[in-house]
Write a protein of this length. Structure first.
Length: 319
């Protein structure tokens, strides 16, 4: 295919010395060659800067630490100039044809402003058996026997199940005229908040092919359940407040109730009983969803039993 269109690859990095060489090499080894790679160092204190500066073809930008990935990604958008933009975290890997596959899709679908590839998790034990798309039953039911699809109303899928991640999508720069960048107040789930807003304005492509590998390790943000649950709730609250589609609003509300229930269970297991009861009460006093309401009632009983000294082994059995 033609490599005329410039693609900007943006890497937010914070104390990334352990894994960023592999990430950079996976980008430089892409089959698509017309690339601009922008590394935004978000206040690293390790050798990240020394490592990145060894690659003369990369653009290195340093800024004070922002406490998340939204601000460095926005800096990368400002400092880049590609017709297409994609992102990858400094510990993840691109498959060799990821960018070529996505650009080819965009060139053949000029009405599509956003395209996702599949991804697969891996850790020290190797790759996980299922790709991410395979864990999204609603999307997979439409995609499993096809190489690619175009979703005319992608938000209805995203509100039900998050089939993306920051490192799995490509966006046309022209689409960014309609929405600002990543929400800087979010310290997690800012990627979902970003591409959900973008998907309101455009058909969305989905390619049934693994385009990146997400590395799981002890320093992943996903290892902080309170932050992930809390920011997941907040990101959906922000989206719900601006959502005009009633069905999508309901799906976002259901997600919020589900995550509040998960946060309540986490607090109960951590011995933080008032916090647990507060979140379960929020589930019961908000929009009604039967599975979430039933879970909140059961969890409140369990929390009270734990608080008065019953062991976990004596708590009521959930059926």
């Amino acid at each position: 295919m033609s490599h005329k269109s410039l693609v900007s690859v943006i890497i937010p990095a914070f104390n990334a010395q352990e894994y960023i060489p592999e990430t950079i090499e996976s980008i430089l080894n892409q089959s698509y060659r017309n690339l601009e790679v922008v590394v935004v160092d978000d206040g690293s204190k390790d050798k990240t800067a020394d490592i990145v500066r060894k690659y003369e073809s990369l653009h290195y930008v340093y800024q004070e630490n922002s406490g998340g990935c939204a601000v460095p990604r926005n800096t990368g958008i400002e400092k880049s100039s590609g017709q297409y933009l994609c992102f990858i975290d400094a510990d993840d890997l691109m498959m060799p044809d990821r960018i070529e596959t996505q650009v080819d899709f965009m060139e053949h679908h000029p009405d599509v402003g956003l395209v996702f590839s599949d991804y697969r998790n891996f850790n020290g034990g190797g790759p996980f058996p299922d790709s991410h798309f395979q864990t999204c039953p609603n999307l997979w039911s439409h995609l499993k026997d096809r190489n690619e699809i175009v979703l005319g109303k992608a938000c209805s899928f995203l509100a039900l199940e998050n089939f993306g991640i920051a490192g799995s999508f490509m966006v046309r720069r022209s689409l960014l005229r309609l929405e600002r960048g990543f929400e800087p107040s979010l310290k997690a789930c800012e990627d979902f908040h970003f591409y959900f807003r973008l998907a309101r304005h455009t058909p969305v492509g989905v390619i049934n092919k693994v385009g990146m590998m997400r590395r799981l390790h002890e320093n992943n943000m996903s290892g902080n359940p309170v932050k992930m649950f809390s920011e997941g709730i907040r990101s959906r609250n922000l989206l719900r407040d601006g959502e005009l589609d009633a069905s999508n609003r309901m799906k976002l509300e259901k997600y919020i109730a589900n995550r509040k229930g998960a946060l309540a269970r986490f607090y109960a297991d951590s011995g933080m009983y008032p916090q647990s009861l507060r979140y379960d009460w929020q589930v019961l006093s908000g929009p009604f969803f039967w599975p979430e309401a039933r879970g909140a009632c059961r969890n409140m009983v369990r929390t009270v039993l734990l608080a008065i000294g019953y062991s976990r082994g004596k708590r009521p059995v959930e059926t």
